[in-house]
Design a protein around this ligand. Structure first.
Ligand SMILES: [Zn+2]
Length: 283
């Protein structure tokens, strides 16, 4: 099962990170979004698009366009705050603001969530119970290995599972790392998707029974200025690699990927899974 997802955050993020201005970027982001939507139409693929609440405010037509083309709409928080130890009030406010804003654009209930930077961890996994109370059925925030921010290496499953926490339940669709060169590596999005040659991506996908991909519009925008800021403790080289390695050929590689494999949205994946056969994960 290969799940196709996108995080739609770029229409405002360049201003936020002081990496340019949105007037310069928006036409190209619009173009790449249309190219992606056309490609998915050609292959009759439904994907899940996690929308940032800020994008729903600044560009409601972008959100409506994605929904009108038949895709599953999820929530990527309102403010793209990397969750460390937020208060319950902060999580509730951000989540409900995002859900209300996105739902106002599409007229549909939002049922899926991905935290910014996969920032649900062992320390703050109580966030999942707030999401479940808000009507989120599917969470896609767990990155079950170490990463520069977020990451939940103690979460041992690399396959969808039902989590029970604080008397509520939520279906978790984690990222699925592969063991490559003795290291846990996620090739289905980000820097490694851009870095690896296509034959490697293809072979890894053939060998996987569950792929959770994660793409951004900026992963394909080869004309963008190579600007970046670093996180605490991160080298400039590491950040450059994460942002830009392999950018020039990424959309071509992505097109091949979409043609070579069947993909589905999180909602479609839910319908394919016999949840009774999977263990329940208590937190
Ligand atoms: Zn994001």
């Amino acid at each position: 099962m290969n799940i196709l997802t996108f995080d739609i955050e770029d229409w405002w993020g360049y201003d936020y990170y002081k990496l340019g201005n949105r007037q310069d970027w928006k036409p190209r982001l619009d173009k790449y979004l249309q190219d992606i939507l056309d490609l998915l139409d050609e292959r009759n693929i439904e994907a899940t698009f996690f929308i940032l609440g800020e994008v729903a405010v600044s560009n409601p037509s972008v959100v409506r366009c994605i929904a009108d083309r038949g895709h599953h709409i999820g929530c990527h928080s309102f403010s793209h705050t990397f969750w460390k130890q937020p208060t319950e009030k902060e999580i509730r406010e951000d989540t409900y603001k995002a859900l209300n804003t996105i739902e106002d654009c599409t007229g549909q209930k939002v049922t899926a969530y991905r935290a910014p930077a996969f920032s649900i961890t062992r320390e703050n996994c109580w966030i999942l119970s707030v999401l479940a109370e808000a009507g989120i059925l599917y969470d896609c925030s767990i990155f079950p290995t170490s990463r520069s921010f977020g990451g939940f290496p103690e979460y041992k499953s690399k396959f969808p599972g039902k989590i029970e926490i604080d008397g509520v339940s939520i279906k978790e669709f984690p990222i699925a790392p592969s063991t490559i060169w003795g290291r846990e590596i996620v090739y289905s999005g980000g820097g490694y998707f851009r870095l690896f040659p296509y034959f490697k991506i293809k072979a890894l996908t053939v060998d996987s029974n569950y792929v959770m991909s994660y793409f951004h519009i900026k992963d394909f925008d080869k004309e963008q200025k190579r600007l970046f800021t670093t996180l605490d403790g991160e080298s400039a080289l590491a950040r450059y690699f994460k942002n830009y390695v392999g950018l020039n050929t990424c959309f071509k590689k992505f097109t091949k990927y979409i043609y070579d494999f069947d993909f589905c949205s999180v909602k479609e994946a839910d319908a394919k899974i016999n949840w009774d056969e999977l263990p329940v994960i208590h937190m």
